[in-house]
Design a protein around this ligand. Structure first.
Ligand SMILES: *Cc1c(COP(=O)(O)O)cnc(C)c1O
Length: 227
């Protein structure tokens, strides 16, 4: 299967899952996760209709940025404060804001370039210690703090990474509880949840942005990634 075939296949499954939840395929944004894949592969995906790509490392965004056709860039991985200034003018959406400390740095760098940056707050709903994200009971306070203190940040939604289960059905309650947080904020635009193994369940539970890598590009050649 080519990248193009895979994109078409994922789009079809995405539409079917959206219809099961009373929506249309186009209501769910497919972000192709391109970490550890080459600019050539990424351009192939863009030619197949991909409009948005996700990277989890600042360094990878920087090294590929000029080699990839025009596309929207999503930073989906943990962001260290000392790297914010390197990508502040390159990314369209930061999915991984999980502390006020990080928000303050984004605020400062965004103010410097006179831009308002769209972000998602990353919730760690499964309370897994090894993963990033703020716990469910702290999320409202973080949103409130950012809204009061960071005029150059616009919070446009919530992101979560469910634990990797053999059976994606087991992720359903995680997605449902994150959807309940999302629903408290009527002005939010994105509920980012669902990956290759569980995106259909995530869509059924209300995700409108899915982050899919392996199912589009095949297995990554890596050793030290989380999850
Ligand atoms: C790698 C990654 C994905 C994509 O995972 P696949 O299982 O390859 O689809 C999605 N979200 C985040 C945060 C990731 O790091």
């Amino acid at each position: 299967m080519s990248i193009k075939d895979n994109v078409e296949y994922i789009n079809r499954l995405k539409s079917e899952a959206a219809e099961r939840s009373g929506r249309k395929g186009e209501d769910v944004l497919l972000v192709a996760v391109t970490k550890l894949h080459s600019p050539e592969e990424i351009n192939e995906a863009i030619d197949a209709g991909i409009t948005d790509i996700g990277e989890n490392k600042v360094q990878e965004i920087l090294s590929k940025y000029d080699k990839v056709k025009p596309v929207k860039w999503h930073l989906i991985g943990h962001l260290q404060t000392n790297k914010v200034k390197q990508i502040i003018d390159k990314v369209d959406l930061i999915h991984s804001v999980d502390s006020f400390h990080l928000a303050q740095e984004i605020e400062k760098r965004a103010a410097n370039i006179d831009r308002v940056i769209d972000v998602l707050v990353q919730v760690n709903s499964a309370e897994e210690e090894t993963k990033f994200g703020i716990s469910e009971d702290e999320v409202d306070a973080l949103i409130d703090d950012i809204r009061k203190n960071c005029p150059h940040i616009r919070i446009v939604g919530i992101m979560c990474i469910a634990p990797l289960f053999d059976d994606p059905e087991l992720a359903r309650p995680v997605f449902a509880s994150v959807k309940a947080i999302y629903d408290k904020y009527p002005d939010f635009k994105y509920l980012s949840m669902g990956m290759s193994n569980d995106f259909q369940v995530a869509i059924e539970e209300g995700a409108n942005l899915i982050r899919v890598g392996t199912a589009i590009f095949g297995n990554r050649d890596y050793r030290s990634e989380e999850r």
